[in-house]
Write a protein that binds this ligand. Structure first.
Ligand SMILES: *Cc1c(COP(=O)(O)O)cnc(C)c1O
Length: 417
């Protein structure tokens, strides 16, 4: 049978994959939602599990031949239950957004009221932002951060919750550099009879590793991606109390999806096993320490940080005082081998496609084993870039120095050196 390797079957794609591996090796990847999945996770994802259909849940499938898949999915579920200390885990959502959509489908009818953090304050699209299905099929009420310190405005959360009585209250964020106070959210949700949903997409690795307080026991439903700080495959999960198990499972399948991606499920199981180790705890702690070290050195260089710093893996830089827009700075950084995304800052006077800030994160660079010394060098380079935005020779020389540092810290899961 003719079954060539990708190098022969499709040299164009093979070469692009190789180039991408090289790019991921020689750049400092600061996109806060990205990481390096370990080799074992990648192997699970690219395995024969890809070939199996298994609509339904273990022991209750619509197709035969589930002898191995049922065990894979059960392992993923049991490991997550014990890792996070929850009653139930659903590992089938295709990603973070479908996981959230399943929660809407489990508890709301179109037009029902949901509350979440507004996108410009650091919330996610799926928390009811207007361009998302969650903001157009549901009655969405959005809270934000305070003007003076950019922290979540709990007075506003409580006031809006009392006024609008949402059925679901979402907390958790995509560009918020501080700890999420799950106790305060739980108190408000309880008062107004809302189900509190903690979306820990960005921080699930920190929660699992003990570097961020856990929402378990506070939020009745917890959603997450599995590919951010959690270091797993691209996927999603929903953790919940026993009383919501049936509604959540039914909402994911048959409510929203067909067959689960079994390779991904296996990758989640591998990631969950690793997340229970002391090595992972140290990783989670190092992410936050590196984030603080990077933030401190950026402050030293006169960069303005949203909320003045960070408690987690990410920071948002407001570049207004540096006289450059987020987009121009992100593009110059990319030419210097430092990759991040431009990002709105709270109360940003500029448009989302050309905002005032950039968002940075330390999950991926910490996965390479980089530490405080490297964070200082990185912040110094970031300052050099801000001062030499149009000096291509200078940017190229920084990129060369970045590559040299990256050569000393090989990334997990990559085959280039
Ligand atoms: C990343 C993210 C998601 C969505 O994840 P996708 O896998 O990109 O769909 C949902 N919620 C939050 C808070 C996120 O940061």
């Amino acid at each position: 049978m003719n079954d060539p390797r990708i190098q022969d079957a499709d040299p164009e794609i093979a070469s692009l994959i190789e180039k991408e591996a090289k790019r991921q090796h020689e750049k400092l990847r600061l996109i806060a939602s990205e990481n390096y999945a370990p080799r074992a996770v990648m192997e699970a994802c690219g395995s024969v599990l890809n070939n199996k259909y298994s609509e339904g849940y273990a022991g209750r499938r619509y197709y035969e031949g589930q002898q191995n898949i049922d065990e894979v999915e059960q392992l993923a579920i049991e490991r997550l239950k014990s890792l996070f200390g929850v009653d139930h885990a659903n590992v089938q959502p295709y990603s973070g957004s479908p996981a959230n959509l399943a929660v809407y489908f489990a508890f709301l009818k179109p037009g029902d009221t949901v509350m979440g953090m507004a996108l410009p304050s650091g919330g996610h699209l799926t928390h009811g932002w207007n361009v998302s299905i969650t903001g157009s099929y549901f009655n969405s009420v959005q809270y934000g951060v305070r003007k003076d310190d950019h922290r979540i405005d709990f007075d506003e959360v409580a006031r809006l919750a009392r006024e609008h009585k949402p059925k679901l209250l979402f907390c958790g964020a995509t560009a918020y550099p501080r700890l999420i106070d799950f106790d305060k959210f739980a108190e408000i949700a309880r008062e107004v009879g809302a189900i509190l949903v903690a979306d820990i997409a960005h921080i699930s690795g920190l929660v699992a590793g003990g570097a961020h307080p856990s929402p378990v026991g506070r939020a009745e439903v917890i959603t997450s991606t599995t590919h951010k700080t959690f270091c797993g495959p691209r996927g999603g999960m929903i953790l919940c109390d026993e009383k919501h198990k049936a509604a959540i499972d039914k909402a994911v399948f048959p409510g929203l999806q067909g067959g689960p991606h079994n390779g991904t499920t296996a990758g989640i199981a591998v990631a969950a096993k690793r997340a229970a180790t002391d090595e992972f705890k140290a990783y989670a702690k190092n992410i936050v320490e590196n984030s603080r070290a990077l933030a401190d050195r950026l402050l030293h260089h006169g960069f303005a940080l949203v909320t003045g710093g960070t408690d987690n893996h990410l920071a948002v830089i407001d570049l207004t005082n540096k006289g450059v827009t987020g987009k121009k700075y992100a593009k110059a950084l990319d030419r210097a081998g430092i990759v991040c995304n431009y990002n709105s800052v709270p109360f940003d006077p500029r448009k989302p496609f050309d905002p005032s800030g950039v968002r940075i994160g330390t999950a991926a660079i910490t996965a390479r084993g980089m530490g405080k010394d490297e964070m200082v060098r990185l912040a110094d380079w970031m300052n050099d870039v801000a001062e030499n935005l149009d000096d291509e020779a200078k940017l190229a020389s920084i990129a060369a120095a970045v590559k040299e540092m990256c050569d000393a810290f090989p990334a997990p899961g990559l085959d280039v050196r």
